[in-house]
Design a protein around this ligand. Structure first.
Ligand code: GLN
Length: 514
């Protein structure tokens, strides 16, 4: 296989060829590292590149395979990791200056599982600071750019992971999704992203933003690849007290089965139509038509409380974040900034460190959260938001009593221009209107590419939602829709993305300096 074939292969295809010894893990890993060197100067998807370790893990896989050792199916398939997830031997920044110089003394459970499967870790990907954002513009290390159009955002907060996979820098990546940060970047970059059921994948070692909403999940170019990755990272973990003991199994089998005949698929009335871009709506309707032709029954359901989801989220999330981020005090982790003059008290060191170390969006949310939790307002804000959360769960229960899965566009618009919403937090928050309900209720969601919008030729995402612990259903329906759509396009959507090598060639090599 040529380098270009290697980087364009799915993880499943690489795994098959590796097992057949048609290709080596070193070859595959090197091809991706070369691609990163060629295009990441233009994209800024990676904050750290893990060249030596990735190649040595790959060499070890090749040696073991040569000796006939029984290896994990994905052994030798490289992966990128969102830089919110801690790793031994590489920096973890959370996209923030406040973690300057900090190295984690332990691996996240998901990272330990990647190592056990012997998947070479290519590096750590860019994100909005502490995963707060929908565009990756809030990273302290500069924005990531969308491979479809370098003037546009790759979504957020996991724009680095999505852009890396969309640009063939990695076949797989890990993301985290608190309000949509895996699914919305998937939508705007033409990739697949999955937020598993809350508790299906351990959060141990994912730097907490809002603990009751955060979830680690897969990023890939195919539905099957996400299923393969979720089977690696999922399962019970005694280090995460919210980890499920009985998560959904059979994900890969469900993705391979791909059959929707007789299934009931519900359109959520509140999650399309007004406020959604025309091209998004058109692609959404086409997907419904394809599912109908494949034998699914399409019904309409109403989730009236979803209109309050965004409001509830932007109280609960900052409240939890304000508490989770209190540990960044200038003493325990990373950056310490001393006050310029006056007494050197702990409060003043903390203040100076946070003033220098946190960006505007993080400060905004900490202030919002502490306000919402303050004695006089707790019931009115945080308490009410929790009640809305219960109502949203009830809406889901009612919807799933009539349907097997729900469907909506993943995001109301395609990728917007860099800078377009940076000064308007509310406009930025609106991007998550369709993804947030799943986090509030803990149910799983999958976004897959649904085609290109008529107006701008940019990717549109289709979101599937299932009841808690029914992640397998997402893979089953997602695989059918993906295959029908690809038939209609004559191949994967990313085949239509512009060739990056030319645009980025002038910047090749600039990454090694990081
Ligand atoms: N964009 C949402 C926010 O800014 C979601 C973030 C996330 O899922 N990490 O909070």
């Amino acid at each position: 296989m040529t380098n270009s074939e290697l980087i364009r292969s799915s993880a499943a295809n690489l795994a098959t060829r590796l097992a057949a010894k048609e290709i080596s893990a070193v070859e595959v890993t090197q091809a991706h590292l070369d691609r990163i060197a060629a295009v990441d100067g233009a994209l800024n998807a990676f904050l750290h590149i893990n060249t030596d370790e990735a190649l040595s893990v790959a060499a070890d896989v090749d040696a073991r395979r040569a000796h006939g050792e029984d290896l994990h199916e994905l052994a030798g398939v490289p992966i990128a990791v969102k830089d919110l997830i801690v790793t031994i031997g590489q920096p973890t920044t959370a996209g923030s200056r406040i973690l300057d110089g900090w190295h984690s003394p332990y691996d996240a459970t998901v990272v330990r599982k990647l190592r056990e499967a012997r998947m070479p870790i290519l590096g750590k990907t860019n994100l909005d600071e502490f995963a707060m954002g929908s565009s990756t513009e809030h990273s302290a290390f500069g924005p990531t750019r969308n491979p479809w159009d370098l003037d546009r955002i790759p979504g957020g907060s996991g724009g680095g992971s999505a852009a890396a996979v969309a640009a063939f820098e990695a076949p797989l990546a890990l993301g985290t999704d608190t309000g949509g940060s895996i699914r919305q970047p998937g939508a705007v970059t033409g990739t697949v992203g999955v937020k598993p059921t809350y508790g299906a994948v351990s959060r141990y070692g994912a730097i907490a933003m809002a603990s009751s909403l955060d979830q680690i999940g897969p990023v890939s170019r195919t539905v099957l690849d996400s299923a393969l990755l979720q089977e690696v990272i999922g399962g019970h973990d005694p280090f995460d007290s919210t980890s499920l003991t009985d998560p959904s199994t059979g994900l890969v089998a469900a993705a391979r089965l791909g059959n929707v005949s007789g299934m009931k698929i519900g359109i959520i009335r509140e999650l399309h139509g007004e406020g959604y871009q025309a091209g998004v709506e058109n692609r959404f309707n086409e997907s419904l038509e394809l599912l109908k032709q494949a034998g699914a029954e399409i019904v309409e359901v109403s989730c009236p409380n979803f209109q309050y989801a965004l409001g509830a989220y932007y109280l609960i999330m900052p409240s939890e974040a304000s508490s989770n981020l209190a540990k960044f005090d200038g003493v325990r982790f990373g950056l310490r900034t001393l006050p310029g003059d006056g007494p050197m008290t702990i409060e003043r060191v903390m203040g100076a460190t946070r003033a220098a170390g946190f960006g505007d969006e993080v400060k905004r949310r900490i202030i919002l959260g502490t306000y919402a939790l303050s004695a006089g307002y707790y019931d009115a804000y945080y308490g009410s938001a929790q009640k809305v959360r219960t109502l949203i769960q009830q809406d889901f229960n009612a919807a799933f009593s009539q349907t097997d899965v729900l469907i909506s566009p993943t995001a109301p618009t395609t990728a917007f221009k860099l800078g377009e919403k940076l000064d308007d937090p509310l406009a930025m928050y609106l991007n998550d209107v369709a993804t947030i309900p799943a986090n509030l209720a803990g149910v799983p969601g999958l976004s897959l590419p649904g085609g290109l919008a008529d107006e701008d030729g940019l990717p549109v995402g289709i979101q599937l939602l299932a009841p808690a612990r029914e992640d397998a259903r997402l893979y089953r329906v997602g695989a059918v829709l993906e295959s029908l759509l690809e038939q209609s396009w004559g191949g994967p959507l990313l085949d239509q993305a512009p060739e990056l090598a030319g645009a980025a060639a002038g910047l090749a090599g600039t990454k090694e300096a990081k």
